[in-house]
Structures are given as structure tokens and as C-alpha cells.
Write a protein that binds this ligand. Structure first.
Ligand SMILES: NC(=O)c1ccc[n+]([C@@H]2O[C@H](COP(=O)([O-])OP(=O)(O)OC[C@H]3O[C@@H](n4cnc5c(N)ncnc54)[C@H](O)[C@@H]3O)[C@@H](O)[C@H]2O)c1
Length: 265
């Protein structure tokens, strides 16, 4: 059955803002949590202002919840101290409070940067497998690999259904050549989350979050097993993208920027 009350952390961010209208359904309540103020609650919404680092806030936010979609935290390279606090430790807090509240299902936002040092050229005819072992390109990527490991632990120990999404580039439209391969459209992002919310058997999975891009380099096979069938293709925006070579590594310029220095993603 599709979950009735879904907690979205980081709901004020880019992806949270895409999902808010797209995940609205009759009979579903979206509980939207962020540090920063959100637009007032519409019918079928609840707003929580607070930090994922605060166990009491998260305990209250997880009460009577059927699924958590955990997006909040650091979404680009940052200092080791901040990755530890806001990505790794905070995800532990989210999972621990979800477990204590009996939440059966969690979707974790991981990233292509968990495997950013993988060579795009070695991807094979179906593309790079979604469960390729971590090859982080940054502290940010290490943080996402740790998020995936925590998700695995909470599935194995407590039977939670945990899906980790190695998101490519989820923006309104692709703006460079790498994103023509890695784009996840806002509508496909919502389709992917719906597929994660509708799985029938508790499991642990690592899936790519990408659209059906003509220049795709990531295998669509694993996400298809849970019924995710993307409909968008970055190619429709290709004429607006400056020509350039595709980077060798999946993580693109993250593989070369100094560790710990926040850069625009
Ligand atoms: N957008 C992408 O292309 C992309 C690609 C790969 C992975 N991801 C991952 O997806 C998730 C969402 O990405 P996004 O682009 O929407 O990021 P974003 O930076 O736009 O949004 C993150 C949100 O989290 C909130 N937040 C930060 N710290 C918090 C805290 N302590 N407590 C509560 N809220 C807090 C911020 O206020 C913000 O609204 C992130 O985990 C990111 O790493 C995104």
C-alpha cells in the first residue's frame, strides 16, 4: 500500500521543492521538515521547522510516519567536520529516530559522487551498475558512502526497507555536457520516489537516480526492478548546452577540486 504519511527532510531544498507538489495525493500527508522556513502548509501538508541533528526534533517528526524521504544535509563538497556532523551523524540520528518510531521505510539521498572516481568509459553496454562499490571523489562522496552503509545496517539489523538513491544531477534542466548523461528531471525524480514508496518487500537497494538520457552512462536495470520507468531525456535540452568533452570520471570536476572546499555543484 502507498504510504499515507511521508516525512521529507530538506523539504525547502531544490529536490524537496520539486517533490512537494508532485508527491501530493488524496489521502496522503506530506510532513515537510527543514531548518529554513517553508511556505505555509497546504491541505495534506504539515510543516516542521528544525534540524535533523536534533534527536528530539527527529523523534517528534518520525511519529506516525509510514516513510521517510531523507534529503536534508550538505549537498556539495564541504569541510570534513561539517560532513561528519550534517551528513554522517545526522543520518544516523534520522535512522535511529525512524527505527525507534517504527517507521518501516526510508529513502536516502546518496549521490553519484559516492562513486565519482569510477571511469565512465568502463561502464559497459548497459552502463555502470548501480551497486558499484564506493569510489568517492570528495569528503561529500565519503559522506554519501557512509549514508549508504548506515542504510544497509538499519535494513540488516532492523528489517527496515531502505533505498539509497545515487542521484545524478537533479535540476530543472541540464546545463553542461556531463549533465546530459546524468540528468534526473524533476518529474522523473517524483516517479522514482513513488516507486521507492511502493516496494512490496523490505529490502536494501542502491539505485541510480537518472532520467532516460540518450547519452546515459548509468545502468537503468536496478531501478527498473522496483518499477521506476523514467520518461524524460536530457537530449531535449542539448542544443542549449555548450559543447565540451564528457569527463573521464563520473564525478567530473569534483575529482580535481581541493578536498573540503565548498564549490558550486
Ligand atoms: N540536486 C542534485 O543534483 C543532487 C545530486 C546528488 C545528490 N543530491 C542529494 O540530494 C539531497 C537534496 O539535494 P538538493 O539539491 O535538494 O540540496 P539543497 O542543498 O538544495 O537542499 C538541502 C536542504 O536541506 C536543508 N538542511 C540542511 N541542513 C539541515 C539540517 N541540519 N536540518 C534540516 N534541514 C537541513 C537545507 O536548508 C536545504 O533546504 C542532498 O542530500 C544531496 O546531497 C542532490
Amino acid at each position: 500500500m502507498t504510504p499515507q504519511r511521508v516525512l521529507i527532510t530538506g523539504a525547502a531544498g531544490i529536490i524537496g521543492t520539486f517533490l512537494r507538489p508532485r508527491l501530493a495525493r488524496p489521502g496522503r500527508t506530506l510532513r515537510l521538515l527543514d531548518l529554513v522556513p517553508l511556505d505555509p502548509a497546504a491541505p495534506g501538508e504539515e510543516i516542521v521547522t528544525g534540524s535533523i541533528t536534533d534527536p528530539a526534533t527527529m523523534a517528534a517528526a518520525c511519529r506516525d510516519v509510514d516513510a521517510v524521504v531523507h534529503l536534508a544535509g550538505i549537498s556539495r563538497e564541504d569541510t570534513w567536520a561539517r560532513i561528519l556532523e550534517f551528513t554522517i551523524d545526522a543520518t544516523h540520528t534520522v535512522l535511529e529516530d525512524a527505527r525507534a518510531a517504527g517507521v518501516p521505510r526510508v529513502v536516502l539521498a546518496s549521490s553519484n559522487h559516492a562513486v565519482g572516481f569510477r571511469d565512465i568509459g568502463s561502464a559497459g553496454p548497459r552502463g555502470l551498475p548501480a551497486d558499484s562499490s564506493p569510489r568517492p571523489d570528495t569528503y561529500y562522496g565519503v559522506g554519501k558512502a557512509a549514508v549508504e552503509a548506515l542504510g544497509s545496517l538499519y535494513h540488516s539489523r532492523f528489517g527496515m526497507d531502505v533505498t539509497c538513491l545515487r542521484i545524478g544531477s537533479c535540476f530543472e534542466r541540464p546545463t553542461d555536457v556531463r549533465q546530459l548523461s546524468l540528468w534526473l528531471s524533476p518529474d522523473d525524480c517524483a516517479r522514482l520516489i513513488e516507486a521507492c514508496l511502493a516496494t512490496e518487500r523490505a529490502d536494501y537497494r542502491v539505485l541510480w537516480g537518472v532520467s532516460a538520457n540518450t547519452r546515459g552512462v548509468l545502468s537503468p536495470d536496478e531501478a527498473a526492478t522496483i518499477g521506476y520507468h523514467p520518461l524524460d531525456d536530457a537530449e531535449q535540452h542539448a542544443t542549449a548546452v555548450p559543447p565540451a568533452d564528457l569527463p573521464t570520471r563520473l564525478g567530473g570536476h569534483y575529482c580535481e577540486t581541493p578536498l573540503g572546499r565548498a564549490e558550486p555543484s
